[in-house]
Design a protein around this ligand. Structure first.
Ligand SMILES: Nc1ncnc2c1ncn2[C@@H]1O[C@H](COP(=O)(O)OP(=O)(O)O)[C@@H](O)[C@H]1O
Ligand SMILES: CC(C)(COP(=O)(O)O)[C@@H](O)C(=O)NCCC(=O)O
Ligand SMILES: [K+]
Length: 279
């Protein structure tokens, strides 16, 4: 079995993948704590042959996790942000400083769709752009839904947006604090994603495929106007592409990769931007 780990600022996600059949056998998540430890909610390491890790937690957390795993598992692969990988050049002035979860998302997105915009809706909402040809432009970081809600200190942090609510309902003015906050942060997130996507496509003169991942991907997706695909395993896709271990991975296939809808014509994106400026 292959253990894939995606350690974010809020949640440490894991999945177990069968190295022979490439099937995902189990998955889960635990709060990102001081230390990642196998336990009741985390897989039995005895069945694990290799581990692949993407971590944006504090360096000490990663170091302890790796030490613990190296005692028990043969191959431990830790992803890093590099100046270049898999045909993509990292746009950061200091490439190593780009969050490795963003880099994994960018590499997976490029492998799947070519030039693209990757959006990761987690503790932070990040947007990254890669042009066809592989030049990563850099991106945007804004607070995630939960962080925005907590920063208001209105006691609404534990009342999440119902992921099944209709986008139309979320547009309406709230008539209770929880509703006003949920609708406000939702609008902040989706307005930013829509605007940034359109602005960058306009500036670069290309309509890019759009991919969305992260714990809040489903709810944010409801407010994204442009055609896009939600890909919950996008960070894992980057790990598969960087450290291919199965026959399917060596052939370039990433588990759970979605069908990517064709972007709308650039003229339509530009018309949308021009229209919103006129109002
Ligand atoms: N069951 C859940 N438990 C915790 N957070 C959840 C859950 N479902 C959705 N979320 C949202 O997902 C976010 C965490 O998403 P994730 O992509 O795992 O973040 P990170 O990678 O930063 O740890 C939380 O901030 C919260 O808004
Ligand atoms: C921006 C992030 C905090 C997002 O992390 P996440 O929300 O997935 O936990 C992470 O990618 C990170 O720590 N990045 C380093 C700074 C940068 O990318 O510029
Ligand atoms: K994120």
């Amino acid at each position: 079995m292959i253990l894939d780990l995606d350690i974010g600022n809020t949640l440490s996600k894991w999945r177990l993948k069968d190295a022979d059949s490439s099937e995902i056998r189990s998955r889960g998540a635990v709060w990102t704590r001081e230390e990642w430890r196998p336990g009741a909610d985390i897989p039995d390491l005895d069945v694990v042959e290799s581990v692949r890790i993407s971590s944006v937690a504090r360096q000490a957390v990663l170091a302890r996790t790796v030490t613990l795993l190296r005692h028990r598992v043969g191959g431990v692969h830790v992803a890093r942000s590099t100046p270049e990988a898999l045909g993509v050049t990292n746009g950061y002035e200091e490439p190593a400083r780009l969050g490795v979860d963003r880099w994994m998302g960018v590499l997976a997105g490029y492998q799947l769709a070519g030039g693209c915009c990757s959006v990761d809706c987690g503790s932070a909402i990040t947007m990254d752009f890669v042009l066809p040809g592989g030049r990563h432009l850099g991106g945007y970081i804004l607070p995630g839904l939960r962080l925005m809600k907590e920063s208001l200190k209105l006691g609404t942090r534990n009342v999440a947006i119902d992921p099944d609510s209709e986008a139309d309902e979320l547009l309406e003015p709230g008539v209770r604090t929880v509703e006003a906050v949920n609708h406000g942060i939702y609008m902040a997130a989706v307005s930013a994603v829509n605007r940034i996507y359109s602005e960058v496509c306009d500036q670069q003169g290309v309509a890019l495929p759009l991919l969305v991942t992260g714990g809040d991907a489903r709810v944010v997706s409801r407010g994204i106007q442009a055609p896009h695909a939600v890909w919950p395993d996008m960070v894992y896709g980057g790990l598969e592409a960087c450290f291919p271990l199965t026959a399917a991975e060596r052939a370039g296939r990433m588990s759970g990769a979605p069908e990517v809808p064709r972007p709308v014509a650039l003229e339509k994106i530009r018309a949308g931007l021009a229209f919103s400026m006129l109002l």
